[in-house]
Design a protein around this ligand. Structure first.
Ligand code: KG4
Ligand code: ZN
Length: 337
């Protein structure tokens, strides 16, 4: 068994995990900062980095204790070095470098999005690679071809807003609290997804890129009146809000599912996996399950705990890099993009 400590601080979750062989999770601790950022309606970078400094030691200690693990049991320390908020990334990278140096362990640099792409394999039987991976989160929406965990190629990405960002912004337009994605998911359950026909942006024929700024603006103008950015919400009933949320969610889910199916068809693969915060969306999980079922394609969504930002997925990628002998030096730097 190869035992890796993973550390993740790229945005507003301080996380540490101890994972064997990239799949057996002994502990996965996530300290969310949602309460600190809620009143600002979004993540405030300075508050995020300060909270990471305050919490990282305790989160790592908790992960080691829950796993019943001593530093001598570890084979390496893996950390997210990119992409994310630079101040937040720096805290994790500095913490990981310090532990790797003090414990005499190799350091491994992990790309956050690559980690989301293999998150559906954590704590579960490995998907039958090759697979198309849809990764939809607050910062990213991308399609990857995962030939296996050692060979990952990007097929497409968003040209403007990420899907989660659109969920969060539409939730703000509808007066729902931050973070908006889970709120839209909840409110939409009582809404009619066919009441409003919000636009789907397909871009070029067969394009595997995404664009979600159009649907967000369409909701804004629908609520306030064309060209207006505020003042319309008071006129909407609770049912209207639920119908707007459901119709918006349906437009986003429709694009995500159809482009993922197109990617699988173009790549000639029979397996689809899904990760990232938006992969927790109940309508998206149901629609993707149905679309894959109709085509005889195997579908695996990451477990809920591994959809949102977590360090188990960082330790998992750390394992594959450890196998390939890809280690970082102690001058590793954080890369925001
Ligand atoms: O992966 P994640 O935790 O962080 C980033 O790397 O961005 O994703 C957070 C995003 C947020 O935009 C949040 O609103 C969205 O995922 N999200 C959801 C749901 N749960 C989280 N969006 C739609 N439906 C959900 N149930
Ligand atoms: Zn993420």
């Amino acid at each position: 068994m190869t035992c890796i400590l993973g550390i993740e601080t790229s945005c507003d979750e301080t996380a540490a995990a101890v994972v064997d062989d990239g799949v057996h999770v002994h502990s996965s601790v996530v300290a969310s900062q949602t309460d600190l950022h809620a009143k600002y309606g979004g993540v405030v970078p300075e508050i995020a980095s300060r909270a990471h400094i305050e919490r990282l030691d305790a989160v790592v200690e908790e992960a080691m204790t829950r796993a019943g693990c001593a530093s001598a049991d570890l084979d390496a320390v893996a950390v997210t070095y990119a992409p994310g908020l630079v101040g937040s990334l720096l805290i994790g990278v500095t913490g990981a470098k310090t532990l790797a140096w003090a414990w005499g362990k190799p350091l491994i640099a992990v790309h956050h999005i690559e980690a989301h792409a293999i998150s559906p394999a954590i704590g579960a039987e490995a998907p039958p690679w090759p697979a198309v991976a849809l990764i939809a989160s607050g910062g990213h929406t991308s399609l990857f071809l995962v030939r296996d965990p050692d060979h990952i190629e990007r097929l497409g990405q968003t040209t403007d807003d990420a899907a989660g960002e659109a969920f969060d912004k539409v939730a703000t337009i509808l007066g729902l609290p931050y973070p908006g994605g889970p709120q839209i998911d909840r409110v939409a359950r009582n809404g009619d997804p066919r009441r409003f026909d919000f636009p789907r942006t397909w871009l070029r024929r067969d394009s595997l890129d995404f664009s979600f700024s159009g649907v967000k603006t369409a909701v804004l103008y629908h609520v306030n009146g064309k060209g207006r950015t505020r003042g319309g919400l008071e006129k909407l009933s609770a049912q209207d809000i639920a119908d707007v949320a459901a119709s918006f969610q349906e437009a986003v889910v429709d694009v995500l599912v159809r482009k993922t199916m197109k990617a699988a068809e173009l790549a000639g693969v029979r397996c689809v996996v899904m990760g990232g915060g938006v992969a927790a969306n109940s309508r998206l999980r149901a629609a993707m399950t149905q679309a894959c079922g109709e085509r005889g394609v195997v579908f695996r969504a990451a477990e809920m705990a591994y959809c949102i930002d977590n360090a188990a997925m960082i330790a998992a990628v750390g394992y594959y890099k450890w196998r390939r002998g890809e280690f970082a030096s102690l001058d590793l730097d954080a890369k925001p993009t």
